[in-house]
Design a protein around this ligand. Structure first.
Ligand SMILES: Nc1ncnc2c1ncn2[C@@H]1O[C@H](COP(=O)(O)OP(=O)(O)OP(=O)(O)O)[C@@H](O)[C@H]1O
Ligand SMILES: [Mg+2]
Length: 476
């Protein structure tokens, strides 16, 4: 049977064309309209009978169809002013048996709103794609190794040595340490140093998976095991980690019911998909981590004792930054190197007075907090030297933050640093404005006061308050 448009009933062809291109026009070599479809006529507010046979530029304002029909050069996604708005049009030369016979025009978007609406609908899809792509890459491959773990203090070295020694064992590892101490880095490094490093490293954040999704995420499911189950079923994290390592992060946040399910897998060393038939034997190394006090949770009935013992075969305590304050210098140096690359600011220096202030702090947010403090300093500083004034005020004053006295310490640890009181925030903004004004005016206080719109006496007072008399700051 031949396959061309003539095999279609005649009255179908019109409909097919209308569906394929909502607005369409065909002209001959002289730009005379041979055909224009209903949708285009409605858009132009003309009748088909009126439009056919007329020069295209008379019917379609600003048309270039007659030009394309002559030059034979296509114009794709061309902006076309029409009816006081702009549409996006495609114009293609029409070749029949190798000869240019005219042109075909279609409209992609009738106005910018249509295009915007389309791109608005596309945008979340693109973002979603990007999100899953990075998530997938991040989860599947471990990025760090022991060489990335900076620190020479005895406690840290002991933890690192133990982790290195046990990396090739099959036994479960439990990483304990406060927020931001490097638990995730340790987990990556252990996997990387093991013979499993060619297989996946799967991270599961036990605190963030909704309870009703936990089972299908962790164990996977067979096709048709529940309504909404995907065709072909889905592999769970344990199966995906096969031959490699599963990192159960924030294990202390796992709800009790889920703890029971996890325990069963660890005990039986086999995994059963939801709705699955035969259980599959499991070859996965388990590393768990938490900043919580699991022993206390066990005592309070919040964490299953039997699961705790299963996970706690090799316990590694990662010291807080405060316990290894001598490592702060090398850590800061490494972090500054990273920041130099990130912000394209070479040769950043940190004078001893800044370092000694940093050493006085108690660092409840540990290395993540240090990272944040340094990144902030690099953002606000002028020049290449991190003077103490580029540190947050709570560090400049060398105040000790005692997390045990602060009822919000846990929640602000999550953000990396504590929000400052409003007064301090405003003072900092004021100080920064004065520094900027003085720098712009080359240290001339009279001019700076004028720039700031305040009196000279008031500026003198504020300079005294913020100890801003040092001219060296402005004459670098
Ligand atoms: N010893 C180290 N050397 C270099 N960088 C480190 C070290 N430890 C931690 N970091 C850096 O500090 C940051 C926090 O580390 P990580 O995410 O591993 O902490 P965590 O203990 O998992 O924290 P949380 O409990 O908040 O999840 C990371 O950006 C990491 O690169
Ligand atoms: Mg972590």
């Amino acid at each position: 049977m031949p396959n061309n448009l003539h095999t279609l009933p005649e009255d179908w062809i019109e409909e097919v064309v209308n569906l394929a291109a909502e607005c369409m026009v065909v002209v001959d070599r002289d730009g005379i309209i041979l055909y224009i479809n209903q949708a285009y006529c409605e858009f132009l507010n003309v009748t088909e009978a009126n439009a056919a046979g007329r020069p295209v530029q008379e019917v379609i304002e600003n048309s270039r169809m007659q030009i394309v029909a002559k030059t034979g050069k296509a114009e794709v996604a061309s902006i076309h002013p029409i009816n006081g708005s702009e549409m996006v049009a495609n114009r293609y030369p029409l070749f029949v048996k190798g000869e240019l016979v005219g042109a075909v025009g279609t409209v992609m978007f009738r106005n910018p709103e249509e295009w915007l609406d389309y791109s608005r609908r596309l945008q979340p899809l693109l973002e979603e794609l990007k999100y899953y792509k990075t998530k997938f890459e991040k989860e599947l491959y471990s990025k760090y190794h022991f060489g990335d773990l900076i620190g020479e203090s005895p406690k840290f070295t002991a933890a690192k040595r133990l982790a290195e020694r046990v990396s090739d064992s099959h036994s479960a590892v439990l990483l304990l340490g406060a927020s931001g101490t490097g638990k995730e880095l340790f987990a990556h490094s252990i996997h990387q140093a093991s013979k499993r490093n060619h297989a996946p490293f799967m991270r599961v954040n036990c605190g963030s998976i909704p309870e009703h999704l936990f089972e299908s995420e962790i164990f996977g499911y067979e096709e048709g095991s529940f309504t909404g189950a995907k065709k072909g079923g889905k592999k769970g994290k344990f199966e995906l980690a096969s031959g490699g390592t599963i990192f159960l992060d924030e294990i202390g946040d796992l709800p009790l019911q889920m703890q029971t399910k996890l325990l069963r897998v660890l005990q039986e060393k086999e995994i059963e998909r939801i709705g699955g038939r035969a259980p599959v034997p499991l070859d996965v190394r388990v590393i768990a981590a938490t900043h919580r006090n699991l022993e206390e949770m066990v005592r309070n009935g919040q964490f299953r004792e039997d699961l705790y013992y299963r996970l706690n075969v090799i316990k590694i305590d990662i010291p807080s930054l405060k316990e290894r304050i001598d490592d702060l210098g090398p850590l800061a140096a490494m972090l500054l190197k990273k920041l130099e690359d990130k912000f394209h600011r070479p040769k950043i220096q940190m004078p001893e007075e800044t370092l000694s202030l940093l050493r006085k702090h108690s660092w409840p947010g540990n290395i993540r907090e240090l990272e944040n403090v340094l990144e902030r300093a690099v953002n606000v500083m002028e020049g290449t030297v991190i003077y103490p004034e580029y540190l947050p005020l709570y560090l400049q004053e060398g105040k000790r933050q005692s997390s045990s006295e602060d009822p919000h310490s846990e929640s602000w640890e999550l953000f990396g640093r504590k929000p400052e009181p409003l007064k301090e925030t405003m003072q900092k903004a004021e100080k920064k404005a004065i520094i900027d004004a003085l720098a712009i005016c080359g240290g001339n206080k009279k001019e700076a006061a004028a720039v700031l719109g305040i009196g000279k006496t008031s500026l003198y007072e504020k300079c005294r308050l913020y100890e801003l008399s040092g001219k060296e700051l402005f004459y670098k």
